[in-house]
Design a protein around this ligand. Structure first.
Ligand code: GTP
Ligand code: SPV
Ligand code: MN
Length: 619
């Protein structure tokens, strides 16, 4: 069709020129970009260079398109807010697939389709899906470009919102492309389309997307195909898709771990430091814990990461952890000057992209919990007038701030260590109204793995679906394990055997969300969680006491430093209690969960389960 400038290949002249002028000699990459362009037929191609000028230009275009609104500089300089389609507000787990070569390799916790069938189905969706749109090619690296094995990726996307967000969340652009090209490095191919072609004369919408969504992973190929959504983990493919699902499969094959964990640097009053990772399910407190302001005098915490940990083992078998991300994509509601001042200080420096928060009358943003005082009038995340009497939240419960990590004042200098820092402890945690005590210590690596395997939490708004339902979320990775969960559990156990108990991090299990019989939170949480951190630190040092319980070692009230803490006796009792009948009920849930894995479940997990049953019997 020559009339509109296209040639028979489907590529218009401009796109052909942009392919010919690719800023790289890496022909394998250029060939892939061409192949995608031939399938999706974009209007033009932009090779993303990652510069500030480029970011400003794209943000300006997004303002023009109505996707972004530029905020007034008085509170959040150089910041934008986006409001998504009301049906595109969170990860879509039922539309997420692990398309391994066999169904067995995906295991019982993942959706699976035959990879060839899935590719053919998705190619039909991708065909012509970038009509009228720009195709951006984003070279990126997860972790440091100076790592001994830099983990490269290239995301192709038709969303400028994704490009701007990826510039905050990862290291992107020309330097990455150069190093990747110079070394002919392997990179993860990450293809993304919002699935909203714009045909001649068609009016665009502020948040184009497609009701039919697919978030698909090909773990053997290390490839990602995402279609239909522009939001968060569905679209910023370096994050959950690469750094967790694909990386967990890589880690399984290569002897390392990719985990849904924050990383905290802790310094005690004697100036001794330790690094701790913590795995809590989505919207269960990782960002808040990572950015904590300790209330305990003399204790200092710094952030290394708030969502993802990659754990490698050095030549001595010491686990070393890195945060592969460069930004935070944090839950806005509940983030405020009183609960999380470190997050607020980072956000106040500007350069943020907010999504689905509410708009104030002075062209700034607000969300539930940002300030104690509630504004009289807002425009809610769906564009409607809002007052405190409206009886609905002004910000979506999964509204987010996207903010560069280098704006965090308490970012640990070790964040920049290309090979990471030694890891002393892993803390599992979930959102449970009952049963799970404030903190407990597993007595061995295998018992710790069992704690992880049976971790449970009430569901949150971070994924589409019902909220508040207790579900098992192994290692806080249920939606992110890129292969068979039984093999994932085995990998954890095997690493312990390979590197030895003495090298492995000690394992803890926390619950900030337990309720008193009256219904309130038993534990004040946030900065007061430093009291739990102190107990963990001192346990690692061998200087803190505890009581043997069904759930491992739990501190008594004397073992916790409660100096200056305002807490009622009944609250503290509720927080620390290990009740036999609750654990007995828990075992029923655990057994139901473990059944899912049949004969595949490692024997070592069965042994831990039987040991727990035995302890309950004896209690
Ligand atoms: P993702 O980014 O989805 O992985 O979430 P996250 O694990 O980083 O959770 P985040 O820190 O954003 O916290 C989610 C919600 O939990 C917020 O509304 C917080 O206010 C709340 N929260 C965090 N820490 C605590 C705590 O110690 N106690 C209580 N009661 N609530 C908390
Ligand atoms: C989570 O859901 O765990 C998140 C947000 O961190 S998203 O990036 O959408 O996955
Ligand atoms: Mn997360």
């Amino acid at each position: 069709d020559l009339s509109n400038g296209t040639v028979s290949s489907g590529l218009n002249q401009q796109v052909q020129d942009q392919l010919a002028q690719a800023p790289t000699q890496y022909t394998e990459l250029v060939d892939w970009v061409r192949e995608v362009a031939e399938l999706t037929e974009p209007e033009s191609i932009v090779w993303v260079d990652g510069t500030e000028e480029e970011y400003d230009r794209l943000a300006g275009e997004l303002v023009e398109a109505g996707t972004f609104r530029r905020l007034s500089d008085h509170e959040f300089p150089n910041s934008y807010v986006a409001f998504s389609d009301p049906d595109d507000v969170a990860r879509v787990e039922e539309r997420t697939f692990i398309c391994s070569e066999t169904e067995e390799a995906a295991g019982p916790t993942n959706n699976w389709r035959d990879p060839a069938e899935m590719k053919s189905l998705m190619k039909d969706l991708y065909r012509g899906c970038m009509h009228g749109r720009t195709m951006y090619v984003i070279p990126f690296v997860m972790g440091s470009l100076d790592a001994s094995t830099p983990r490269f990726g290239v995301e192709i996307t038709d969303s400028a919102y994704v490009v701007c967000s990826m510039r905050i969340m990862a290291t992107i652009g020309s330097d990455v492309l150069k190093k990747m090209s110079d070394t002919n490095a392997f990179y993860v191919k990450a293809l993304h389309s919002i699935g909203a072609p714009l045909e001649e004369g068609q009016q665009d919408v502020p948040w184009p997307c497609n009701p039919e969504k697919y978030i698909v992973h090909f773990p053997e190929e290390r490839a990602i195909w995402s279609f239909g959504s522009g939001y968060g983990g569905n679209a910023l493919l370096g994050k959950k898709c690469y750094a967790l699902r694909i990386a967990s499969a890589m880690g399984h094959d290569q002897g390392w771990m990719a985990e849904h964990m924050l990383i905290l640097k802790v310094t005690n009053p004697e100036n001794k430091t330790k690094f701790i990772s913590a795995a809590f399910p989505s919207a269960c407190g990782k960002t808040n814990f990572a950015l904590m302001d300790p209330t305990l005098e003399g204790w200092k915490t710094e952030m290394v990461g708030d969502d993802i940990s990659w754990i490698n083992f050095d030549e001595n078998g010491t686990p070393r952890v890195v945060n592969p991300e460069a930004g935070m994509f944090g839950v806005a509601p509940g983030t405020g000057w009183s609960t999380n001042p470190n997050a607020m200080r980072a956000i106040a420096k500007g350069n943020n992209i907010f999504t689905n928060v509410a708009l104030t009358d002075d062209n700034s943003v607000w969300w539930e919990g940002k300030t104690d005082e509630v504004p009289d009038h807002l425009i809610d995340w769906q564009g409607n007038d809002w007052t405190p009497e409206s009886g609905r939240p002004a910000a979506h419960p999964n509204s987010r701030f996207c903010t560069p990590l280098n704006q965090v004042d308490m970012l640990a200098e070790e964040f920049y260590e290309p090979e990471g820092v030694p890891l002393s402890a892993i803390i599992f945690g979930g959102r449970r109204k009952t049963t799970i005590p404030l903190v407990s210590e597993a007595e061995s690596w295998s018992e710790g793995v069992f704690r992880g395997v049976t971790l449970s939490s009430e569901t949150t708004a971070a994924a589409k679906g019902a909220v508040g339902v207790v579900r098992r979320d192994p290692m806080a990775m249920l939606p992110f394990i890129g292969y068979n969960a039984s093999d994932y559990f085995r990998h954890w156990l095997d690493l312990g055997e390979k590197h030895g108990e003495e090298n492995m991090p000690k394992v803890y299990y926390v619950n900030w969300f337990r309720r008193t019989p009256e219904g309130g939170f038993a534990w004040p949480g946030f900065g007061e969680n430093s009291r739990v951190v102190k107990w963990v630190f001192d346990r690692l040092e061998g200087t803190a006491g505890g009581e043997h319980t069904l759930m491992g070692t739990v501190p008594t009230r004397e073992d916790l430093d409660l100096t200056g803490l305002k807490i009622e006796d009944n609250e503290l009792d509720a927080a620390l209690a290990v009740n036999v009948d609750e654990i007995e009920a828990e075992l029923i849930g655990i057994d139901e969960w473990l059944e899912k894995f049949g004969d595949d479940l490692p024997q070592r997990i069965h042994e831990q389960r039987d040991a727990l049953a035995q302890r309950i019997e004896e209690a």
